[in-house]
Design a protein around this ligand. Structure first.
Ligand code: BGC
Length: 718
């Protein structure tokens, strides 16, 4: 449709019909539809039958092509203007093919591969009739207590921004319109959600302008620059004002400064929750505030629908606001080509071809292998000979290692570690201890058993030199509403690792989790340590390939692992302070009972091979580095460029990642890589304005050991 036709359509709509476009509910099942008007289901939030068939969009948790075809058909029969519905779904790390959790994929530092994974998700969604995914989640996340850390790309604005851009392009494609193999996507949760006080989900966030502009906004800016179609407001207040009614953040910053002209959607009833925030107990007032804050769609409530008309007629809201919102929604439907074909992309046959699709699973395995982080390796890994392996730990046979926020996948389910290892060395070579299973946090005390499982036969025990121990937290204790004050492994798990080590075996510890856990209990007893996060449907296969050296670890931490929960929030790119931490000086910025540094910091991750950086040259336009794989294994290396600024009018982070490149080098191979130097690397926001000052900079690379290598001083000129 042409823009003029869209405007004509808008002009032909009644105010109520426009408000319906701004409303999102859940579709009713075929038999539930019959009860409409008599006993409307909670899902429809009391919509009348007429309203139900005129809403603009629906949220679907487990989308199926046949269902969405039926719902769309019924809708089109009755919608007065035959405006197609938009179907939206949470597809954060895969629909049918489950990919690693986003925090893990952040550790891959592989933007191209991430994009390809989301292309797979987009195709799967489109075939099932989904038009918009509620992803990517690009909240900057520094606090391991926050369960939703798993949804993010971690603690660094540069990495999060690059990942955000790649994710948006993967879902939507590159064009001005969205084709039948892509979907529109919704970056969330705007803004500051990752900074909720105490890491407690839904809590308030108090963020200075300095932090907001330099750390929390960049990923949203990147999403907008990559033409993201939709943005979701967050549940939290930002400096006292709930984001869903935050006119300053939404109208001025998002739409004004960042230039976002797509659809702004609330989170699940987040407009209604403004009453609890204490903003107003009047639905009419909340609707008015939402509309003025440029909210276009209200998810799972009807405050705008039921009060918008009063607000307009009473003069509190200009109908222009409603028109702009509806036009943005119609434009999105148009961008998806739904006016021409409301069933665009939807295909039952294609949908079926994506069930357990081997090519897509391969992609999932590929990124899983690059997302796991090898944190420690005292010469144990890779296991070279296929000798007998002792496998134990509560996550060794579990299939629940795909990660939260993947609701649609059909069986066969995720590959467990046991299955993955069996696929390489055969079941007969695994001595599997019958270990207690992993429990949800509320069940640990009552259900976790005390006994530490040893192999039943003494001979078997004698015969194996290495024990692989799979520990972690329950997948269900991560994600939304999963904040924790205790981020350690359970006592039994820590005890298990310690006892196995004391039995004289080499310990290879695999940690599954959706957040950086405090693993200081087990680190000393681990000969090798792989931080696996949750790696999606190919989890076990990917890990087994890493363990046996069929693949070489290359993941780097996207979030630092604290030494203890008391260090949270902890992040590498902090300011220096007037009394920088000094172990030997009590009157420096630190703790009396714990070091300042995390156990493992952002950007750290080992490999089976070694990379040497040589012939580094820096001029005012570029940095050239020769990277050589000097070890015995082929592998990926992520070259990370950091900047530290001095002599600035505002304190700057001790180090800040400014660029990175991931390359593959065969053993003995070398490549020259180039980083372009640009002003952005030395700019920062000061009083909300991007500023470049004459100052001195130091450029660093990150060595494999985790050390920063200074490569050059650099004078920043205006
Ligand atoms: C979450 C969002 C999600 C929405 C719809 C909310 O509870 O915060 O991230 O997209 O539900 O499922």
């Amino acid at each position: 449709m042409k823009e003029t036709e869209l405007k004509k359509l808008l002009d032909s709509m009644t105010l109520e019909e426009k408000l319906c476009q701004m409303t999102q509910c859940e579709p009713l099942k075929a038999d539930e539809e019959k009860s409409l008007g008599v006993n409307p289901d909670i899902k429809t939030k009391g919509l009348t039958e007429k309203q139900y068939y005129s809403v603009g969009s629906m949220i679907v948790y487990v989308p199926k092509a046949a269902d969405l075809r039926r719902v769309q058909k019924e809708h089109l029969k009755r919608d007065p203007h035959k405006i197609p519905l938009l179907f939206m779904s949470d597809v954060l790390h895969g629909k049918e093919t489950v990919f690693p959790i986003p925090l893990a994929m952040g550790c891959s530092f592989n933007t191209e591969l991430l994009k390809e994974c989301y292309e797979v998700s987009a195709e799967e969604c489109a075939a099932s009739g989904v038009h918009t995914v509620f992803a990517p989640a690009i909240d900057l996340s520094r606090d391991a207590r926050w369960g939703r850390s798993m949804e993010s790309f971690g603690e660094d604005p540069c990495l999060s921004s690059r990942m955000a851009g790649a994710a948006v392009t993967g879902f939507q494609g590159n064009g001005d319109t969205i084709d039948e193999n892509h979907v529109s996507c919704c970056a969330k949760h705007y803004l500051g959600y990752g900074a909720v006080t105490g890491g407690r989900d839904y809590n308030c966030a108090e963020i200075s302008d300095n932090e907001l502009y330099n750390y929390y906004l960049p990923s949203f800016k990147a999403a907008v620059e990559n033409n993201v179609s939709m943005i979701m407001t967050s549940f939290n207040t930002l400096n006292g004002v709930p984001m869903t009614v935050n006119e300053h953040a939404n109208r001025q910053i998002l739409r004004g400064d960042l230039g976002f002209d797509g659809v702004l959607i609330s989170d699940y009833n987040s407009l209604g929750e403004c009453e609890n925030h204490g903003i107003s107990s009047s639905s009419e007032k909340l609707a008015e505030l939402g509309i003025k804050a440029t909210l276009d769609i209200e998810m799972m409530n009807t405050l705008i629908l039921n009060n918008g008309e009063k607000s307009v007629k009473g003069g509190a809201v200009d109908e222009e606001y409603i028109d702009s919102a509806v036009l943005r929604i119609l434009r999105l439907k148009n961008k998806l080509g739904l006016f021409e074909d409301p069933f665009k992309g939807l295909s039952e046959e294609k949908e079926e071809s994506f069930f357990n699709n081997l090519k897509s699973r391969e992609k999932s395995r590929e990124i899983a292998e690059q997302s796991a982080v090898l944190l420690k390796n005292s010469g144990v890994l890779p296991l070279k000979s296929f000798e007998k392996i002792w496998l134990c730990g509560p996550l060794s046979v579990s299939e629940e290692v795909g990660g939260e926020w993947a609701f649609s996948m059909q069986k066969p389910y995720n590959v467990s570690l046991f299955e993955g290892i069996s696929n390489i060395i055969g079941k007969e070579n695994i001595i599997l201890s019958k270990t207690d299973k992993i429990y949800r946090i509320e069940d640990i005390d009552s259900k976790e058993k005390e006994d530490i499982p040893y192999p039943e036969s003494a001979d078997e025990f004698e015969n194996c030199k290495t024990c692989i121990i799979a520990v972690g937290e329950h997948m269900g204790d991560t994600g939304e509403a999963s904040s924790k004050t205790n981020i350690r492994l359970t006592k039994n798990q820590a005890e298990l690792v310690k006892k196995v080590k004391q039995s004289g075996k080499k310990t290879v510890v695999i940690v599954f989790s959706g957040r950086p856990l405090d693993i200081s209990d087990i680190e000393p007893y681990s000969d090798a340590l792989i931080y696996a996060w949750y790696l999606g449907c190919e989890s076990g296969n990917a890990l087994a390939r890493l363990i046996f050296g069929l693949s070489n670890p290359s993941g780097k931490l996207a979030m630092s692992l604290p030494r203890c929960v008391g260090q949270c929030p902890i992040y590498y790119n902090h300011l220096n302070t007037g009394r920088p931490y000094n172990k030997t000086n009590r009157f420096s910025c630190g703790y009396t009972d714990c070091e300042n540094e995390p156990l493992f910091s952002f950007g750290f991750g080992l490999s089976y091979t070694e990379f040497r950086y040589e012939d580094i040259s820096v001029n005012k336009n570029e940095i050239k580095i020769k990277v050589k794989n000097t070890g015995d294994f082929d592998g990926f290396e992520t070259i990370q460029l950091y900047v530290s600024l001095k002599d600035t009018s505002v304190s700057q982070p001790v180090k800040a990642l400014k660029d990175f490149k991931k390359i593959f080098l065969k053993s003995g191979e070398e490549k020259e890589i180039t980083f372009k130097i640009n002003k952005d690397m030395f700019s920062f926001y000061k009083n909300k304005v991007k500023t470049l000052e004459k100052c001195s900079a130091v450029l660093f690379l990150r060595a494999q050991s985790g050390e920063f290598i200074k490569i050059s001083d650099f004078e920043v000129c205006l």
